[in-house]
Ligand binder design. Structure first.
Ligand code: PLP
Length: 392
């Protein structure tokens, strides 16, 4: 394995490198790993899905990049399809989750600016949320750990307690423009908003004339066993940010908005070089095609329930180590008690050939590709059980 000390040392990396991936498995030095982390909720169709490989290779032989000063077939085709399968009227493509959130923030501010209400420029956000690592997104999430050394933070966010509707109501002023929520908090430990809270946010936003935005970067594009996370909540937002699973591993982000929410986003006010790149569009199009095939989400739902049941069983047999199984669909968390650190168990599971991801609150994230079947679930169960036994 080649290692380099020239990489800016901001990422904590395991000393493992994968040579290739196939379906729900990754391979390293001849060893096979069941990938239940999916690149932190990215590889929604597993590794090297044939439809995605086809889409990418066909496109790679045709056209890699044209500037957004030109029209693009792949761009228009995918925009039509994604918007048709959403609440939205418009989409803006970018390259990452943080950029998608940035577009959400700018769209909200511009909306009120163009209505001669420029004073309405503040956005209510929630404790525990993760929105990315740019100055705007760390300011929105307001987590001290990510802000340390990067102040002054960007003005314009009122961060309130997650799940506390009174705190939301009390923080609304004549300057409030919108609400931005990560409805299922991934990084913080699979913290799931309840449906009532999200419905209340919609109601308050309507009553006060605010825009409601969901950060679906991690919980969207199939993770909840619905195409969009807000479909699980049965609430229509005004804007959403997407990334991660949207192109199953090809870098792509998107901001979707209603015509009303996007009313201030006129010619020249926002832009990007790579957003809507033909390679990204072709791959994303193939991902969406697979997700839209008949029965895809029924199968995801069935397997997600099976997976959760298996995890609950493991929990019941290991109450001394596991406090709780939480989450929705294929976005699940195992909350470990204080006796052990999640990092330790993640490492042991990795040694046993199962990849998972740590999160806040001593939680281990279980984020498998959406294409797993019962055999993969049983294999994961066995590997978790073996790992827990090794801890005792
Ligand atoms: N929002 C959420 C909910 C995320 O989980 C992430 C990344 O983990 C982001 C935004 C930022 O996405 P990116 O790392 O692609 O900028």
């Amino acid at each position: 394995m080649v290692t380099s000390d020239k990489l800016l040392p901001v990422h904590k990396r395991f000393n493992i490198s994968f040579s290739h991936g196939e379906g729900v498995y990754l391979f390293s030095e001849g060893k096979k790993y069941l990938d239940f982390g999916a690149g932190i909720a990215v590889n929604c169709l597993g590794h090297c899905h044939p439809k995605m490989v086809d889409a990418l290779t066909v496109q790679a032989k045709k056209l890699w990049h044209v500037s957004n000063i030109y029209n693009g077939n792949e761009l228009n085709l995918y925009a039509e399809k994604l918007v048709a399968n959403s609440f939205a009227d418009y989409v803006f493509f970018c390259n990452s989750g943080a950029e998608a959130i940035e577009a959400v923030i700018k769209t909200i501010r511009r909306h009120f600016y163009c209505k001669n209400q420029a004073h309405k420029n503040r956005i209510i956000t929630f404790s525990g949320a993760f929105h990315g690592r740019t100055i705007a997104t760390i300011s929105a999430a307001a987590k001290p750990k990510y802000l340390e050394g990067f102040e002054p933070k960007l003005e314009g966010f009122d961060n309130v307690e997650f799940g506390n509707i009174e705190a939301v109501i009390n923080s609304i002023t004549e300057n409030t423009a919108g609400i931005l929520i990560e409805p299922i908090q991934g990084e913080e430990g699979i913290r799931v908003s309840d449906k009532k809270f999200i419905a209340q946010l919609r109601k308050i936003a309507d009553e006060k004339g605010l825009l409601l935005a969901f950060d679906e970067v991690q919980c969207g594009m199939g993770r909840t066993a619905y195409l969009h996370a807000h479909q699980y909540y049965e609430v229509k937002p005004d804007l959403i940010a997407l990334a991660k699973s949207i192109a199953g591993g090809f870098p792509l982000g998107a901001c979707l908005a209603t015509k009303n929410a996007a009313s201030g986003m006129t010619l020249g006010v926002h832009g990007t070089t790579y957003g809507g790149n033909p390679l990204a569009m072709a791959v994303a199009n193939s991902v969406l095609d697979v997700m839209l095939t008949d029965g895809f989400f029924e199968k995801v739902k069935k397997n997600a329930t099976l997976l959760k049941n298996r995890l609950e069983k493991i929990k019941n047999e290991n109450n001394d180590l596991i406090d709780e199984i939480r989450g929705v669909g294929m976005m699940l968390g195992i909350k470990i008690n204080q006796k052990i650190e999640n990092t330790k168990l993640v490492e042991i599971m990795m040694q046993n050939g199962l990849l998972t991801v740590v999160a806040g609150e001593n939680v281990i994230r279980i984020l498998p590709p959406l294409i797993i079947d019962e055999n993969h679930i049983n294999e994961a169960k066995e590997k978790i059980e073996i790992s827990l036994r090794q801890l005792k």
